[in-house]
Design a protein around this ligand. Structure first.
Ligand code: FMN
Length: 329
């Protein structure tokens, strides 16, 4: 059994990665239904939260049905991050996760996200103070290092553990790599093999087949896999991995009916959450992913992404079901 603080998880849990504009409550709920053991929100700005910015505050919404859920925050200013803990606690998440891995310039240039990999002492202090501020388990998501020449992840992970971090998820790339090249899981395995480590070490990066998840478990010996891009448009990925673990066989393809049903539920949950206008608008970006691969789909996609009325979008789903009934994924 794997534990994050007092949260008990099955062996080799599968975690939905935090993903900006993807890991919203409806998507997280769908992933949870399909087997994700822990889900994380997209990153939320501590500076946005302490200024009560509506966009940031909305990202704190969580559904009961998605638990255990972690809210991920980012920032580099100690006072703002500590105030953020107090704000985030009001949403009653199960976990607070610190983003020490985001590589984008506007985050890194302020010393936040992966920017903090240039100042390990601050990374350690921020984690220590945040752990002291809350009774919730604090976890960290980070990368291997700033660049190839400065990889110290074994030491970093141990220091974070020693100040009370309850689990660490490591993306097997450096900041300099952004998303290029292949994720390297060897340094993550070195973290896990450090005899001083006792908190769960989750591997992240390029797990896009059940076989790779199995490799991460059996050959690299990690405690669980955090899955990002493979779940986009495919919340069934978690079920596919678990089925493979249990049977050694691949689950059959996801049918059109299941895809339409997911899109339908996603839209309905988004409307229930944010209201008709925002719900319709913000679910648009997910449709291409659910229906990826269907040829001559443009006409239907356009209906889905240009209609302002949910009735028209639901009608487009019905049309798709009818028109592409024979399509095999
Ligand atoms: C669209 C998108 C948004 C992301 N947003 C976040 C984020 O908000 N916080 C974070 O820690 N990582 C974020 N990431 C990184 C992922 O969590 C993950 O580390 C990365 O995609 C590698 O895992 P994968 O190969 O399974 O996708 C994002 C990645 C993508 C593709």
């Amino acid at each position: 059994m794997v534990k994050i603080g007092d949260i008990e998880l099955p062996d080799f849990p599968l975690l939905l990665a935090p993903m900006e504009d993807v890991s919203d409550p409806p998507f997280r709920a769908l992933c949870k239904e399909q087997g994700a053991d822990v889900v994380y929100t997209e990153f939320v700005s501590s500076e946005g939260l302490i200024r009560n910015a509506a966009k940031s505050v909305m990202k704190l919404d969580i559904y009961e049905k998605e638990r255990p859920v972690g809210i991920q925050i980012f920032g580099a200013n100690m006072e703002s991050m500590l105030q953020t803990i107090d704000i985030v606690e009001k949403s009653n998440p199960d976990i607070i996760d610190i983003n020490f891995g985001c590589p984008v310039k506007k985050v890194v240039s302020k010393g936040a996200g992966a920017g903090i990999l240039k100042d390990i002492c601050l990374m350690e202090q921020l984690t220590a103070e945040m752990v002291k501020r809350t009774n919730l388990p604090v976890t960290v998501k980070t990368r291997l290092g700033w660049d190839h020449d400065s990889i110290k992840i074994v030491e970093v992970a141990e220091r974070l553990q020693d100040v009370g971090c309850k689990a660490i998820s490591i993306h097997g790339r450096t900041r300099a790599q952004m998303y290029k090249g292949e994720a390297d899981w060897k340094p993550i395995a070195e973290v896990k093999n450090n005899p001083r480590m006792h908190i769960p070490v989750f591997g992240n990066g390029d797990v896009d087949t059940p076989e790779k998840a199995m490799l991460m478990r059996d050959s690299y010996g990690l405690d669980g896999a955090m899955i990002g891009r493979a779940s986009i448009g495919n919340p069934w990925f978690f079920k596919q991995v678990k089925h493979f673990f249990e049977t050694g066989e691949h689950l059959g393809p996801i049918s059109l009916a299941e895809r339409v049903e997911a899109a339908r539920r996603h839209l309905q949950m988004a409307i229930d959450w944010k209201g008709e206008t925002l719900g319709v608008f913000e679910t648009r970006r997910h449709y291409t992913n659910y229906f990826k691969g269907i040829p001559h789909f443009k006409e239907y996609r356009m209906k889905m992404v240009t209609s302002d009325d949910s009735k028209d979008v639901f009608a487009a789903f019905d049309e798709v079901l009818d028109k592409f009934a024979d399509y095999q994924f």
